[in-house]
Design a protein around this ligand. Sequence first.
Ligand SMILES: [Fe+2]
Ligand SMILES: [Fe+2]
Length: 404
Amino acid sequence: MQYTQTAKKLTAEEKLRLLVSFGTRISSEIRLDHLLNSIARQIAQILDVGRCIIFLIDPDREELWSKIAQGKGLAYTEIRMPLTTKGIISHVAKTGETINLQNAYEDPRFSMAIDMVTDFRTHSLLAVPLKNNTGKVLGVFQVANKADDLPFDRNDEGILLLLSTLASSSIEIATLYQELYGAQLETLYRLAITAEYRDQQDTRSHLKNISIISFLLAGTLGMPKHEAEIIKNASTLHDIGKVALADNILLKPGKLTPEEFEKMKEHTIYGGKILEGAKSKILQVAYKMSMYHHEKWNGKGYPKGLKGEEIPLEARIVTVADVFDALCQFRVYKDAWKTQDAYEYMLKESGHSFDPRVVAAFKKIYPAIRKLYSHIPVNQMTGPFPGDENIPTENTVIRMTQQD
Ligand SMILES: [Fe+2]
Ligand SMILES: [Fe+2]
């Protein structure tokens, strides 16, 4: 993480105050990315350095990894390197020793790879181990470029070690939380695939497109980011009720008879039954989506014929995402529509099939959607949360090798 040192310098008293409140201020953050960001920012302020990077050990892959924000609006870049590299970070991680260099470029163990990718020039460098309370090394705190080109002294070493000790339990908790949350999302996603896979080959792109569009719509409609995230993750389950449909209905190659179509409609009711009474917030939202994603704004949808705002907003959002994506995809019974034609259809159906507010939001995010459908990597898009890492991204990962 890179900081400009031209900002107002803190007095010794202000730094001391920051140091004292450090533990309290990080203990409330449970999201690992945000926590590491916040720790790095505070350390950079307290020690008055140009950069602070926190590397964590990924024991499964035997790698060290970190994320560096590369500037406003850009996705986080993830750096990964094998634990066995000969570099400074791996040395600290393996030995638990501190390394303090006055001029990093003069040390043969220093790799310039990160500097090159992030357009940064490291001068002085201090790296200390991040240990938990049993003494196990969890990662490495690295700071670089002390203000006024001064070398790091014993005092700095002591402060950085103290800060890493204070941060370790928050990092451990956030890591655990992330693993649990990740496992929950993976389970939901695989469940969603199970439902969609029966009648679609392009399940993954359908689910990905729907979740991204739903997320962007929620943000544009003014929902806070954590709610938009819930919408994003719940949206993949909108057709979960299909698991209960008979093969002769779901997989029928030709047009359904009116009776068969009535059966097909029941996937909404089945979805509702599967998710009814859920305890988790994501599943509660998924319940509304699966139950009501075929309702129409004009009351002519199913299963209940709800009208206007009687339809839960979450369902009105996923409906727009689902219909648009379905139009753009190839199906045995229809060709894939051109993105522009599908877009015009959505506008035309505003106030009929769809909530006009959601369609207005759809219109606003359409430039991003066009990019999504022209296969531009989604992490290069800008979205409705200005200046934030707002799009569900596939991380940019920089892989360092044994030699780095
Ligand atoms: Fe459906
Ligand atoms: Fe769908």
